[in-house]
Design a protein around this ligand. Structure first.
Ligand SMILES: Nc1ncnc2c1ncn2[C@@H]1O[C@H](COP(=O)(O)OP(=O)(O)OP(=O)(O)O)[C@@H](O)[C@H]1O
Ligand SMILES: [Mg+2]
Length: 371
């Protein structure tokens, strides 16, 4: 089934694994959850030998287990879960995995934007049906959040802080009263949340201040802060995991040499430490240099090699895709990359050799083309 979707939701992609875990799960489950908290943790973080199960469950989200545990515990309480952190730290991915494991439905999602209205989190009307038959439950269009309430599953709210305070206020009543009233209707005008309903929201810490959350709303959420992965080993694992998936999805057979992954990881680590010691924004790349961006660089390079190259990823291609993705502002970003290439890549290439000289050359050319 997942073959005819550009991107299958986690519950479809891992359906077979989830079925298996459900079949061996004999621990107590909160509400109408499909899996127990321990099994959810195992699904997300992967199995270890000591778990004593018959098959290996691969790790899907990389990060400290305490974040996953706190998230699961929160969802079993009557508070919502707010995953907050820098862009590209895997918040949305964790939210999706949690919803898939808990209720096999990760697609009841509302996207927070400046244009999100109360209707998007409550309900709206099918206008032609209202004209034909009047307002009734039939002519009402429930929002994803309302559907989640009615069916006792997880609703997701992406980029909560980008929505206006009106919308955030409406969410307060949903999270505290756990019902939505429909004043337009005379009877059957309250939708109660079924047990199991909760909300997983995500917020980008760089957006903070756009609409600072009200303290009333803050109280109804448990915050789980997801840090940028700086541990090179975990980061390598994330990049490898995503790359394999990407190759499978595009049905590409291509060799990604581990030495090039090391170069990619090293460059990001170097650029991050340069950003950390920069004194002004002009000396900092516009990019947050997240793991997600690293994956993006690699994805571009892989596709490029596949379509235009000889189906082997080369250091030169990697360098030009790195420069291409990170040089967003001209001249500031280009100047920073130029400095990095002269001050770091050049000495490294003399000292370490290997693929570095080709990486050096590729980057130089790309910078020259863009300048
Ligand atoms: N810790 C992680 N474990 C597994 N995958 C990760 C992790 N961090 C990032 N990724 C991968 O990076 C990509 C982007 O992650 P995601 O969209 O979840 O980030 P986000 O935190 O929601 O970012 P934003 O704030 O920009 O919405 C996904 O493909 C995700 O799988
Ligand atoms: Mg996100």
């Amino acid at each position: 089934m997942s073959d005819d979707m550009l991107r299958a939701p986690a519950e479809v992609k891992y359906a077979e694994e989830l079925d298996y875990l459900e079949s061996i799960d004999d621990s107590p489950k909160p509400f109408s959850w499909r899996l127990s908290p321990r099994m959810i943790r195992l699904f997300i973080l992967g199995s270890e030998r000591s778990d004593g199960i018959d098959r290996e469950i691969p790790q899907k989200w990389f990060g400290d287990r305490s974040f996953v545990e706190r998230s699961i515990v929160t969802l079993a309480s009557d508070r919502g879960l707010l995953l907050i952190g820098d862009p590209g730290t895997g918040k949305s991915w964790l939210a999706e995995l949690l919803a898939a494991a808990i209720c096999r439905n990760s697609t009841l999602v509302v996207q927070g934007t400046a244009g999100t209205t109360e209707d998007h989190i409550k309900y709206s009307w099918n206008v032609s049906m209202v004209i034909a038959k009047g307002q009734s439950r039939e002519s009402m269009i429930p929002s994803p959040i309302m559907t989640a309430m009615e069916t006792g599953v997880i609703g997701r709210f992406e980029e909560l802080t980008r929505s206006t305070s009106d919308v955030q206020d409406a969410l307060i009543s949903i999270l505290s009263e756990k019902y939505v009233s429909i004043p337009e209707l005379d009877d059957d005008n309250i939708v109660f949340a079924q047990p199991g309903f909760s909300i997983i929201a995500t917020a980008n810490s760089r957006d903070r201040g756009v609409n600072d959350l009200s303290s009333a709303l803050k109280r109804r959420f448990n915050f789980v802060r997801i840090p940028v992965v700086t541990n090179k080993k975990s980061e390598a694992e994330i990049v490898r995991f995503r790359t394999e998936e990407l190759l499978r999805r595009h049905r590409i057979e291509l060799d990604v040499p581990p030495t090039l992954l090391d170069i990619l990881l090293q460059s990001f680590a170097d650029l991050r430490s340069a950003a950390a010691s920069a004194t002004s924004d002009d000396e900092k790349l516009e990019s947050a240099l997240s793991t997600a961006e690293q994956i993006g660089v690699l994805e571009d390079a892989i596709l490029h090699s596949n379509f235009f190259g000889d189906r082997t990823l080369r250091a030169q291609t990697l360098a030009s895709s790195l420069v291409g993705s990170l040089a967003r502002r001209s001249p500031e970003d280009l100047a920073i990359l130029n400095k990095y290439w002269h001050g770091v890549v050049e000495p490294r290439s003399k000292k370490d050799g290997g693929e570095w000289p080709e990486f050096l050359e590729g980057g130089r050319e790309a910078i020259a083309t863009l300048s």
